[in-house]
Design a protein around this ligand. Structure first.
Ligand SMILES: *Cc1c(COP(=O)(O)O)cnc(C)c1O
Length: 406
């Protein structure tokens, strides 16, 4: 066996499919996001970041950074252990209380990332609910898919956001089997939202539990930034709500919130929670402050400005005749390209010649033939930055002869 050859072949297959990924080496300017430095072999230049999930700029919020500095000076760098063995700190406890309150649940549980929270929680459900069938939206995030796969549960995949299809799958399942319906609030590649109320009604009718991934909505929707379920007055109807602390909250980590019994069970059974060093207290302290800010009036202002800039950018692209994907009813601004090679070329051209950083979104993240650029304007992407972006993208579309009609 030529081991090295096997690895090289694995990579060349990915290259042949046009989905080999190259990291972009950037260095943000704290206090001046979305401006950043871009490092290449040829040197360094300034760019505008258009694809960050630091949706509200909390990653450079001075109050958040001060809270992190204080925690650093207070207790040092790492947690030094798992939650069960010396790694449970004041900061973790405070943050879990804050997150439970945010979602109006009895309890919360921290994980080292949103990915781990989905994977560990969903994989553990089966151990608690023998014979469980998980009903999962076909567009669910890889972390949910992985958790469901590892749970070993029977699963039924329903067509994206398709209420009738979910109903027909529920009708076919044995009435006595435990059931869990898992979906997201905002789907981050199309920017669309799930028919939450209809799914919850089905869950009631078929006596199923519900699991909601609010990763692309926490901090950004609802009176206190708890997500779309808060905005729509549906939060109390979900059994488990999952979120990340790495996107709008601007730091790192993931969590679930639920009633105390569910949290106690996951806490006691999920290996991905138990057997890993807990989040650095510094991170927990930063998130705690960030959640508090986004719960407040300041948060409501940021959310309003965020929605405004997203709408401004959508309108500006549309007015320039560029193919905005009309699926988006959220802050996400996807622009249709429909070809993997062109999509990559477009992104490269924008970065190299126009100082615009937006990552191409290709298969397998989205289906082949629906390749796109995905822009994530923040409150810090001013009208001027939006106008300049649209002018540059329009020119780049022309140079690469990419069709403008969607
Ligand atoms: C990013 C993402 C996650 C994972 O969250 P991280 O904190 O980045 O690990 C989970 N679900 C969805 C829908 C995501 O987009």
């Amino acid at each position: 066996m030529d081991y090295n050859n096997a690895f090289a072949n694995a990579v060349s297959e990915i290259k042949d499919e046009g989905r080999y990924r190259v990291f972009t080496n950037i260095r943000r300017y704290k206090g001046n996001f979305p401006h950043a430095r871009y490092y290449t072999d040829a040197g360094v230049k300034d760019i505008i970041v258009w694809c960050s999930n630091d949706y509200l700029g909390q990653g450079q919020n001075d109050e958040v950074l001060d809270a992190m500095r204080e925690a650093l000076d207070d207790v040092g760098s790492g947690a030094g252990g798992t939650r069960n063995i010396s790694g449970n700190t004041y900061y973790h406890t405070m943050l879990e209380r804050e997150l439970a309150d945010l979602h109006q649940k009895e309890a919360a549980l921290l994980f080292t990332s949103g990915y781990v929270s989905n994977d560990a929680t969903l994989a553990t459900i089966a151990r608690i609910l023998p014979g469980c069938i998980i009903f999962s939206d076909e567009s669910n995030h890889a972390s949910m898919i992985e958790g469901i796969r590892r749970s070993g549960c029977e699963k039924r995949i329903f067509r994206h956001n398709d209420v009738a299809h979910l109903r027909s799958l529920l009708e076919k399942a044995p009435q006595s089997a435990p059931k869990l319906i898992a979906f997201e609030s905002v789907y981050s590649m199309d920017g669309d939202m799930s028919p939450m109320k209809e799914f919850l009604d089905l869950a009631d009718e078929f006596n199923a539990m519900t699991y909601l991934d609010e990763v692309h909505a926490v901090g950004m929707y609802g009176e206190h930034g708890a997500g779309v379920a808060e905005r729509d007055g549906l939060m109390h109807r979900f059994d488990i709500i999952e979120g990340t602390m790495g996107k709008a909250f601007g730091v790192m980590g993931g969590y679930i919130t639920a009633n105390a019994t569910i949290i106690d069970a996951i806490r006691s059974l999920a290996p991905g929670f138990i057997f890993t060093t807990s989040l650095a207290p510094v991170l927990a302290a930063g998130v705690l402050k960030s959640v508090q800010i986004l719960k407040s009036e300041k948060g409501r202002e940021l959310r309003a400005q965020h929605q405004r800039q997203a709408q401004y950018l959508k309108d500006a692209f549309r007015n320039a005749g560029l193919p905005i994907m009309e699926t988006s009813t959220s802050h996400i601004v996807p622009l249709f390209v429909g070809d993997a090679v062109k999509c990559k070329q477009l992104s490269d051209l924008l970065l190299e010649e126009y100082d615009i950083y937006v990552q191409p979104i290709n298969f397998p993240t989205v289906p082949r033939g629906t390749e796109r650029l995905r822009f994530t304007p923040t409150p810090l992407h001013t009208d001027e930055l939006c106008d300049e972006l649209v002018r540059k993208v329009s020119e780049a579309f022309g140079r690469l002869k990419i069709a403008k009609a969607a």
